[in-house]
Design a protein around this ligand. Structure first.
Ligand code: HEM
Length: 219
């Protein structure tokens, strides 16, 4: 797909590019979470049971069901901790000289915050590379920029303004995928063989596309 040049004469292109970029981060997150769920069948089962009990035979999961899906919300948080789709956030520039942890940083220095590295730092996270949504069940740590150990949406006044929309879309998508289907790997592919490599780019996608077999659930 080609992107049109943004110019004063073509203002719609700006909105198009913006929309594409933003749906991209949400879709990358959904793919990473489904990958982690298929690698961790007990987590998938627990999330699926929670969703199916909350929705009780209804055709689809809707916004009104989400407050009941406490475990699913932890699954989404854990997915964003391990696979923040914008791992280096957006570059910032220092306004004045400052010292951070003993390092002198001059004014007008370009600074990157590595959210991926912070989210997998053993100083803050036990079993930092494991997909364990349970860690959030008894924890107040959230991704809204108040807890610096979890920053997939950045923080401060340039933090992501789309956070509520993004979380709603991701939670609804995952909940509906779990509600209506059981998921399996294609014949001959083992869980431990799943490729977890990240593609290089602005948004951190899975390099090798995820291929799963859906088995529709009778309602
Ligand atoms: C999983 C989904 C998403 C993630 C992880 C994400 C993450 C981010 C991050 C890390 C930033 C930079 C924040 C910083 O550097 O401190 C950002 C900025 C931004 N995001 Fe999101 N985003 C997502 C979805 C969305 C959606 C759905 C929208 C719009 C509906 C959106 C709109 C924006 C805008 C407009 C900015 C620029 C804000 C500014 O520079 O002031 N994002 N996002």
């Amino acid at each position: 797909m080609g992107l049109r040049q943004v110019s004063r004469t073509n203002p719609n292109a700006a909105t198009e590019i913006w929309t594409l970029e933003r749906t991209d981060t949400s879709s990358a997150t959904i793919v990473w979470i489904m990958t982690e769920l298929i690698r961790n069948p007990s987590v998938m089962k627990r999330a699926q049971t929670e969703v199916r009990e909350a929705v009780k035979g209804k055709e689809k999961v809707e916004e009104c069901h989400l407050p009941k899906l406490i475990y699913l919300k932890s699954v989404v948080k854990e997915g964003l901790r391990l696979h923040p789709p914008a791992p280096l956030l957006v570059p910032k520039e220092t306004l004045e000289n400052c010292t951070i942890e003993g390092y002198n940083i001059l004014a007008k220095t370009r600074v990157f915050v590595n959210a991926k590295s912070i989210g997998t730092n053993s100083k803050y996270w036990k079993n930092q590379n494991e997909f364990q949504p349970e860690r959030f069940l008894d924890s107040s740590i959230d991704f809204r920029g108040q807890h610096f150990e979890l920053l997939p949406f950045g923080a401060g006044h340039r933090g992501c303004p789309g956070i509520n929309f993004a979380i709603l879309v991701i939670e609804l998508a995952i909940a509906n995928l779990l509600h209506r289907f059981d998921w399996e790997l294609p014949h001959g592919i083992r869980r431990r063989d799943l490729d977890m490599e990240e593609a290089f780019g602005l948004t951190m996608h899975k390099k090798v596309p995820l291929c799963l077999v859906p088995k529709p659930m009778a309602l």
